[in-house]
Design a protein around this ligand. Sequence first.
Ligand code: ZN
Length: 500
Amino acid sequence: MEKLITQYRDMQRKLNAFQYAMYVIHWDSATEAPKGCFEERSKQIGVLSEEEYKLSTSKEYLEAVDQLFAGKDQLDPLLRHEIIQAKKRNDKITKIPMDEFVQFQMLMAKSQEIWAQAKIKKDFSLFAPTLKEIIIFLRKYVQYLQTEQLQGYDILLDEYEPGMGQKEYDQFFGLLKEKLVPFVRKVLQISNKKVYPFAKEIYPKEQQKQVCEYIQKVLAYDLNHGLMKESEHPFTSGYGTSDVRFTVHYLEDDFSAALFSAIHELGHATYEQQANPALNGTGCMGGASMAMHESQSRLYENVIGRSYAFWETHFPTLKEMFKEQMADTTLDDFYHWINEVKASYVRTEADELTYPIHIMLRYDIEKELINGTLSVEDLEQVWNSKFEEYFGIAVDSIDHGVLQDIHWAGGMVGYFPTYALGSALSSQIYYHMCQELPVDEILKEPTTAKINKWLQEKIHWYASSLYPKEIIKNAFNEEFNPQYYIDYLIEKYSKHYKIK
Ligand SMILES: [Zn+2]
């Protein structure tokens, strides 16, 4: 057993080195690489990924994992968890026929560009044949991987969020449909004609950057192990606790985009930075799941970052930094503006309250696509009619409709639900935080360090050494419960819009 563990760890050290190199290259590609370098760069990436693939599919590695898996009951709990995950990944590689896998990779190499063109030309028929191929592959894929417990769409859902399948999500979205949709309709009927002059001002990039740097300090981000840059789409990427970076994207006519994505990405980054450093280099580093990650980013962005208490403390500084644009702006106006609810077509522009409805729409559709009850040909029409049913307005243009997201073009089906699940988890975590900490008092302090520390103890420390369900259960002695989310949203927005 000792020998096997050493063999496994040796291979893992090499894999880590390849993955770290790729991590740095991808970061550079998305942020500061000169435009002319990509052709040459893709050759180097090709070699690195081929070597990495060879290592992770080598007989030596697969055997080590298999044998450790067979003797998993003798392993310490950390290594056992890691080996179970590794075995799951290996099974995937071995169960999908090689030629089908390669074909799919080739499809993926061009599908996003085809989608982008279809979106620009606002023509679904340009993307439909490609999407059809993707769905056909995924329908076969789930058959190869199905087990007694998991079938069809479950397989894809479980990949992004272990332990969550159609049964669990049906319950979750069922509750949203029953409790939240009628409430959202009520809110949307209240006309909001208030005009906010400061929102129409121009905010130079340099000023916004200073605000984001201020936010880094407020959220106590560790700059010794992290940095911020600019990219087309904001993201966080980390490798262990010692190197966790994030990006923002500045829009000069809407400073809230960079401000709130900085808070959002810092939520992701704090999660990674605050893990147990002993897990670095093992298969247990990084977040426990997509939804767990999203629960942290949304807790900081929405629950804390859009709260009155937070801005009571920080609005004077913001106003000072945007002196000219915000001279006449009051805290109340600012607070109302950042929490405005609108029926919007585009998911990424949606407010906190309507956001999960956008996800529910995608869940309904993905489920039917994978389980075979909806065909790609009918997709546009089904999207439009469901959208109108949920939001009360008709889709105005297809690039704001079924063609808005890149996910399906990237083969990512089953991913969307984790966004809503993450938001729901953040409400549950926040409920318990308020039971144990004087949150509003802490938000009067210059930094959120005490909140960070509480989250570290409850969640961050375990990284991905436990399943999300175990982390929640250990921390709060209960299961995931979406009722917290419904209660949080209805309470906050009833107050906001004075609904009884
Ligand atoms: Zn996120």
